[in-house]
Design a protein around this ligand. Structure first.
Ligand code: ME8
Length: 512
C-alpha cells in the first residue's frame, strides 16, 4: 500500500482550558486545507486534531477543580469538540492522548527505541518549570525564573534517575535534512531559527518523569513518559503506528503539521529525530502560523487576554470569522484581530462585494427569467479570466498562502460586479435585447457558481447556500476538474434568491 491520502494535522491542544480564537486559527487553517484536498483529491484527505491531556499542569487544574485528571479531561474535551462543530471544522479524526490505543502505541514506541539503544538510562538534574513542563538550562533563566515570557513562574531544582532519548545522534542527519530541504519548515524565519539551534549543538532529551504521576506509565515502570514525547507521537499513533502499518503507509508522512511558532523546536528537531530513530520518513512540511496578539502580546490563557470564538461568531457569523482570520495577515505573521477590522472586512468584502453580487444577480434572474438559467451564450467574455483561477487557488494553497488565495478569488468577485455594472441587465430588459440579457445573466450566474466552488474550503456554509440557490447538488466544487469548466451550469436550471448571506453590521452592534 502506498501513500494516497493528504494528511494534515493541528497541535493537540491542552485540556487545562477551553478554546480561544488562537486555537481556532490553526484549526480553521487545517480545515481549509482538508476541505480543499477532499474536493480536489477525490475525497482522500485526513484531518487530525485532538487534545493533549497528560502532564502535571493538567493534574494541577484537575486537582483544583476537585476532579481526577481523567474526569476533568472528559468534561473539557466535549467543549473542544463542540467548539469545532460550531466553527464548521470537519476533522476526520480526533485523538486524545488518554485514548488506550495511543497509550499502548506510545509505550511500544518507547520500548522499541530502548531496544535499539536510542533511549537509555541517565540522571537528570536541572531547573524545571512545572507549568511549561520544560527543563531550562541555568543560563536561560531570567532572575532565576522560567524564561518563557508567558510564564515567568519560579522553577524547581529536580534531580532524578531518568531515561534519555539520544537525540544528539541525529544532529548531523537533521542538519542534512534542513540543508537539503530548505522549505520543509515555513515560514523562512522559523527555518532560520531552528537551523541556528541545530548548528549550536544538540543535547539528549530527558523523556521520563519520576515525579509526574499523570502520564503514560514507563513500560518498565518507575515513572511516566514525558508528556511531550507522548503527545508528539500522536501524529503516527493516530495513523495506526505501529499496529496497522497498512494504514500508516496510506497516510504517512504527513503532508503538513500546522503549529504555532512556540512549539517549533518540538516539531522540527525533537520529532524528526524520533522519526529518524524509528526509520520513518519525516513530514513534508511544518508550518508555524503567526500569533494572534492583543495589545502586542500573544493571546494566551496564561496572559489572560483571550477572545472566545463564540463572542465573534454571535456578531459576525462563522464564515465571516473564518474569512477574517485567514484574509488578514500572511499565514506566518502575527496580527491583531481588531473589531474595527472585522467589521470592515465583513461589510466591504462579504456584505458588499460577495453578498450583494449574489443577491442582485439572482434577483434579476428571478425578475427577468422566472429564476430559470438562460441558454449559454456562444462566446463567453468571462471564461478566459476564470479558467486560470483553479490553478492560482491551488498554487496559493500549496504554499499555505490563504490570504493570497482569498485575494485572488475576490479579484474575480470584483470582475463579476463590474460585469453586472457594465452589461446593465436592467437596461437590456427595458430595451428588449433578450439575447444580450440572456448572455449577461448566464455569465454572471456561472461566475457565481465558480466563486461558490472556490470559497467552499474557507466558507462552507456560504458556499453551500449559494450552491443551493443555483440549483446545484452535493458539495460545492466536488469533482473539482469537471465542475470548474466554464459552461457547466445547465440552462433551464431553476434558481432561487437566498436570504441575505451577510447582513451588514454596524460598529456599535459589534461593540455589543
Ligand atoms: O502547545 N495565535 O498546546 P496549546 C495563534 N499541547 N495560534 C495560537 C495562539 C495564538 N495566540 N494561541 C494558541 C500545546 N495557538 C501542546 C501541543 S502538539 C503534539 C502539543 C495555537 O493548547 C497554535 O497552533 O498550548 C499553538 O501552537 C497551539 O494553539 C498551542 O496549543
Amino acid at each position: 500500500m502506498q501513500k494516497d491520502t493528504y494528511y494534515v494535522t493541528t497541535p493537540l491542544y491542552y485540556t487545562n482550558g477551553t478554546p480561544h480564537i488562537g486555537h481556532a486559527y490553526s484549526t480553521i487553517a487545517a480545515d481549509v486545507l482538508a476541505r480543499f484536498h477532499r474536493v480536489t483529491g477525490n475525497g482522500r484527505a485526513h484531518f487530525l486534531t485532538g487534545t493533549d491531556e497528560h502532564g502535571q499542569r493538567i493534574a494541577d487544574v484537575a486537582a483544583a477543580a476537585q476532579k481526577t485528571p481523567k474526569e476533568f479531561c472528559d468534561e473539557i474535551v466535549g467543549r473542544w469538540k463542540e467548539q469545532w462543530r460550531e466553527l464548521d471544522i470537519a476533522y476526520d479524526q480526533f485523538i486524545r492522548t488518554t485514548d488506550p490505543d495511543h497509550e499502548a502505541a506510545v509505550q511500544r514506541i518507547f520500548a522499541m527505541l530502548r531496544e535499539r539503544g536510542d533511549i537509555g538510562p541517565g540522571k537528570y538534574e536541572g531547573w524545571y518549570c512545572r507549568n511549561d513542563e520544560t527543563f531550562w538550562p541555568a543560563s536561560k533563566l531570567i532572575d532565576g525564573k522560567c524564561p518563557n515570557p508567558e510564564c515567568g513562574r519560579p522553577v524547581e531544582w529536580v534531580s532524578e534517575d531518568a531515561w534519555f532519548f539520544k537525540m544528539s545522534r541525529y544532529r548531523d542527519r537533521l542538519l542534512d535534512h534542513f540543508r537539503s530541504k530548505p522549505h520543509w519548515v515555513r515560514p523562512q524565519s522559523a527555518w532560520n531559527e531552528m537551523m541556528a539551534i541545530l548548528e549550536s549543538g544538540l543535547e539528549d532529551l530527558c523523556v521520563s518523569r519520576t515525579s509526574v504521576e499523570w502520564g503514560i506509565p514507563l513500560p518498565q515502570g518507575g515513572g511516566t513518559i514525558y508528556v511531550w514525547f507522548d503527545a508528539i507521537c500522536n501524529y503516527i499513533t493516530a495513523a495506526g503506528y505501529p499496529h496497522d502499518m497498512v494504514r500508516v503507509a496510506r497516510l504517512w508522512p504527513a503532508d503538513v503539521h500546522l503549529i504555532g511558532k512556540e512549539i517549533l523546536r518540538f516539531h522540527t528537531i525533537i520529532w524528526p529525530a524520533i522519526l529518524m530513530a524509528l526509520d520513518l520518513p519525516l513530514p513534508e512540511l511544518v508550518f508555524a502560523n503567526g500569533w494572534i496578539t492583543t495589545q502586542g502580546r500573544k493571546m494566551s490563557k496564561s496572559v489572560g487576554n483571550i477572545t472566545r470564538p463564540g463572542e465573534l461568531i454571535d456578531v459576525f457569523s462563522v464564515d465571516s470569522v473564518r474569512y477574517a482570520l485567514l484574509s488578514q495577515a500572511p499565514f506566518g505573521s502575527d496580527f491583531t484581530l481588531s473589531e474595527e477590522g472585522l467589521v470592515r472586512r465583513h461589510n466591504a468584502d462579504l456584505a458588499n462585494d460577495l453578498g450583494n453580487l449574489v443577491q442582485r444577480s439572482l434577483s434579476m434572474l428571478a425578475r427577468y427569467r422566472q429564476g430559470a438559467v438562460p441558454g449559454r451564450p456562444q462566446r463567453s467574455g468571462l471564461a478566459a479570466g476564470f479558467e486560470t483561477l483553479p490553478a492560482s487557488v491551488k498554487s496559493a494553497l500549496d504554499v499555505l498562502d490563504f490570504r493570497g488565495c482569498l485575494a485572488t478569488i475576490w479579484e474575480s468577485v470584483g470582475v463579476l460586479n463590474r460585469y453586472v455594472e457594465e452589461t446593465k441587465p436592467w437596461v437590456l430588459d427595458k430595451s428588449g435585447d433578450a439575447a444580450a440579457l440572456d448572455a449577461a445573466l448566464y455569465e454572471v450566474c456561472e461566475g457565481i457558481r465558480w466563486i461558490a466552488a472556490l470559497i467552499y474550503p474557507f466558507m462552507p456554509t456560504t458556499a453551500g447556500a449559494i450552491w443551493q440557490a443555483l440549483g446545484q447538488e452535493g458539495v460545492p466544487g466536488q469533482m473539482w476538474e469537471e465542475s470548474l469548466r466554464w459552461g457547466v451550469l445547465l440552462p433551464q436550471t431553476i434558481t432561487n434568491v437566498p436570504a441575505p448571506l451577510f447582513p451588514r453590521i454596524e460598529a456599535a452592534a459589534a461593540a455589543g
